[in-house]
Design a protein around this ligand. Sequence first.
Ligand SMILES: Nc1ncnc2c1ncn2[C@@H]1O[C@H](COP(=O)(O)OP(=O)(O)OP(=O)(O)O)[C@@H](O)[C@H]1O
Length: 779
Amino acid sequence: MAAAVMAHPLEPRDRDRRVYNPTVVDKGFAAPLASVESLSDVVREAGLVAVGRPSPRSLREPSSGADSGRWSPSTILEVTDPSLSDGSGGGASSGIDTASLSGTSAPHAGAPLTAMNVEDAAEAETLPSLGWPPGPSDSPGGGFPGGLGGHEVDGCWGDRIVKPAVDEPLNLSFHKLSYTVSSRLRLRWEKRRILDGISGEFKAGQLTAIMGPSGAGKSTLLDVMSGYTSSGVHGRLLVNGTARDSRTFRRQSVYIQQDASLHPQLTVSEAMNVASVLKLGRRGPEIDEVLYSLGLLEHRDTMTSRLSGGQLKRLATALELLSNPPVMFFDEPTSGLDSSTTKQCVGVLRRLARQGRTVVCTIHQPSATVFEMLDQLYLVVGGRCAYSGHTANLLPYLAGLGLRCPPYHNPADYALEVAGGEYGDFSEELVKASENGRCVMWTTTYTTRQQEGHRQQQALEVAVEGPSSNKLSRQSSSVASSSSQSEQRRCDRTKLTYPTTFWLQLYVLLKRTFLKGLRDRMLCHSRLYIHLVAGLLIGVLFLDIGGDAAHVFHNFSLLFFCLMFLMFTALSAMILAFPLEMPIIAREHFNRWYSLKSYFLAVTMADVPLQGMCVCVYTVVVYYMTAQPMEPLRFLQFLLICSLVSFVAQSVGLAVGAAMKVEHGVIFGPLVILPFTIFSGYFVIQRDAPTKMQWLFAASYLKYGLSGSMLAVYGYGRAPLERCSDDYCHFKRPEKFLHELDLDRGNYWQDAGILFLIGSVLRLSAYFVLKFRLRRFRQ
Ligand SMILES: Nc1ncnc2c1ncn2[C@@H]1O[C@H](COP(=O)(O)OP(=O)(O)OP(=O)(O)O)[C@@H](O)[C@H]1O
């Protein structure tokens, strides 16, 4: 029997009665002490019907209207005072109708909840809504009703609600899956099979852990299942029984890798905003909701670089959770976490699963408590399946093979010891017994099988009595219509490659890259100062030589040095742009935040203002101090040529950075551009070079830079130089000097055009190299 009491749960008079007041929920937790996360605790502490033990009604009635997809307060709790219940101690739960767990009316309708026990399902379905929208963000408590100010949330984030249940549960299965790589062994390419014909199923609503000894193939299996690795994979991958379409599946799943690669220069909320706009096309209320549910709300203004390891992992999950994906893969989400944080982390994964998601993770040596929190275990040994089934069935399974776990021994440890060969080599027996993952008899518990039987019995009754005679049929028809709607939504989504347009992606990524650049003050300022200081030094060294006919060769050296300097600074600024971000690009691009095109364009465009400023500062200082001709057109032409040379050098840097690792790029980059200096026309004039080497001059972009800058300074009918600090100046007339250097027939605009062309082609190549590298990076 349900009872709604109009008082705060912690008010003394009600504390005595131990009754929770649902109206507090309705009012958005306005009461000072009832913070949202403590709701379940309050109920538990109060000795009431646990959150995981709702009434049948609360299980069946999702909220409607504007709040659909979430659970309205009325469905959160219909709290029953045990004293008023039937005395079974289970309160309303004692009356749970197992049919209500069939998933027909639940938010994860259609998801087979075969291995979920009653409590688990109830836990999933009675998770309270956060009552969005929250109050003003500057309110105490971070804008959440009920207030979180000063509340230590880190300790209980595993107990919180996360995103609303998914509307499209997906069961993944794989049959005879193999993955082979070719590796080079003593000048020979050898094929190595890492996954060997394994099968299995990862169900919606369940938390599946992949375990096994080191090197068994756990991460590889996750890579293959998530689609992160696709070449070299053979076998059948199915989603809800039909062949997996990799493009569609990428829209439905996210993969959170072991090393949470995030942008250290952004705060938590900035990172969430970027993810939200890219994934949802807007900055939504989901941000605070998700942050809250993962215990990060009070850290939202913290720089990502200052987060702890566990917080980083949670942030990585929060970023992907924004799009409410039905399938989530986690590679070792608990590595590096202490036991308490590990428990919280697995708690979050379990909750994500309970809301209808398919959650698969790899895990190393879970404690007995953590192991109990898992639903399904997929044990891998040498790329084959040693066990696939419910965690509760592991020990009976092993016992059936004569492998008895010692009393008080952690089952997870025992399984790993067996798999690792500590009790002898049982791998063949295990693989045989599990039929390499095909055997499904261990996937359900005894209790669940009973529930399953009960549900089938009910379905049979409905079929006999007719479709309209039972509420189950009504639920079924609503499921049918919702599944056709979700089918429609799926079709709509299939047309889109990314959630947002190219231009929005470009805008967001540009903004993010700018922000990161500005935050990296050291790099940003030092680049500017280096150009200024170098300009001043060169200016002093070559002071006033520009108009002196006795120093034309010195001026020639000066112009060449200017190009060299700008070339190296531009190259080194861009050479690290991609290698350092490769893990981040791989994650974000794979999880469909943006296309590679928009990322590439944003990164290359974002550096333009800073590099432009650097070139301007340097050029203005040097041009003025060395007394080059004070004609605006000549100055602009010189500036343009300098900018184009740095554009080309940036493109070389991007291409080298895209193709190589950081350590290789730093060494190899300067080596790539050195040959261009030899054939620039400074050391050897083109007409004096052997005929067979003439083409190398044509390929040297520095030659066009030097030719262009000389023409800008001395070309186009410049008047004879007025000053001559020597007794005799042979090159008083600039055209005579240009003729000496074989530049008198040169064309400035042609040089500028060729430089632009070379820069663009190199940039395009950098894009394709990056695309290729990204593919290789995922293998
Ligand atoms: N691209 C590859 N080329 C060659 N060998 C590979 C490749 N990918 C994986 N392997 C090998 O496959 C085996 C399984 O690797 P995987 O990373 O999946 O193991 P794991 O079970 O996750 O190990 P750990 O628990 O230590 O992380 C390892 O021996 C690894 O060296």
